[in-house]
Design a protein around this ligand. Structure first.
Ligand SMILES: CC(C)(COP(=O)(O)OP(=O)(O)OC[C@H]1O[C@@H](n2cnc3c(N)ncnc32)[C@H](O)[C@@H]1OP(=O)(O)O)[C@@H](O)C(=O)NCCC(=O)NCCS
Length: 237
């Protein structure tokens, strides 16, 4: 499975080359962003998603059609490509696009924010065990908070419900057996087996997590470079 990182350096090149590939409803969504920068990031994310999906599926980026599930998850309507799972996440300065065959995938990235803690944060979303882990990390719970948050969101995106499911029925924890960088998850106390759960090494400014319904999966992280788009007419900047 592959995860592609889209950072702000490639936003403009991607927009310039691929913006025409967006569907009318995506263009409408883009226009709804008030700030140009947010609009550009959305356009670049969608264009990169189309460009990468078209590579996996050997079709034109503009020929892809999406529909959205009642929970907001985008899925491919055309081509009929049920075997290819994908997940997208973004925060200020970075987007992740994850792709995997024959399984479910969820990815999340959040920007590091110093001193992130407000009373009641995570209430209704974190399980009792997660709330205890958060309490134990105080007075400086940022790292723990972001790891619970990104792990949970990755899992809920893989399941397709997002936070409208039953987020506090799931617990995410460090995986003491597999060690650093690995986590595990349970639902109402029953361990979710046969999955790969990883924290993603995204540097000091970001936290990210991946959930994949496949045991022992090999994951590669790749940067979308401006030069990746060279073959479709963009020069690196
Ligand atoms: C999924 C969810 C956790 C995303 O949270 P977020 O932190 O705002 O955003 P992220 O950047 O991490 O992820 C956004 C991406 O998640 C994907 N996504 C949206 N809903 C999803 C879902 N239910 N399952 C999986 N992926 C989903 C989309 O690709 C979206 O990208 P886009 O905005 O470019 O289309 C949150 O939107 C959620 O809980 N949604 C469910 C709530 C619901 O039922 N909404 C109904 C809307 S019609």
């Amino acid at each position: 499975m592959q995860i592609w990182l889209l950072d702000d350096a490639v936003i403009q090149p991607v927009c310039r080359v691929l913006a025409d590939a967006l569907s009318p409803d995506e263009q409408q969504r883009a226009r709804a962003y008030r700030q140009q920068w947010h609009r550009d990031r959305f356009v670049a994310r969608r264009c990169a998603l189309r460009w990468l999906l078209s590579g996996y599926l050997s079709c034109n980026p503009e020929s892809l059609r999406f529909r959205v599930t009642p929970f907001g998850k985008p899925v491919l309507q055309w081509p009929d490509a049920e075997r290819l799972a994908f997940s997208v996440s973004h925060t200020d300065g970075m987007a992740l696009l994850a792709f995997a065959w024959d399984c479910r995938v969820g990815v999340d990235v959040e920007q590091w924010i110093d001193g992130l803690d407000t009373p009641g944060i995570g209430r209704g979303t974190f399980s009792a065990t997660e709330e205890k882990m958060l309490d134990a990390a105080r007075p400086d719970p940022t790292a723990r908070l972001l790891s619970i948050w990104t792990r949970k969101e990755a899992l809920l995106k893989a399941l397709g419900t997002g936070f409208s499911g039953e987020p506090n029925a799931y617990t995410t924890e460090d995986d003491s057996l597999l060690g650093e960088g690995h986590w595990c998850a349970s639902h109402h106390g029953a361990r979710i087996a046969g999955w790969t759960f990883l924290d993603l090494p995204l540097g000091a400014h970001f936290r990210g997590a991946l959930a994949l319904s496949l045991e022992g999966a090999r994951v590669t992280l790749q940067f979308c470079q401006a030069s990746s788009f060279a073959d479709i007419g963009v020069s690196a900047e």
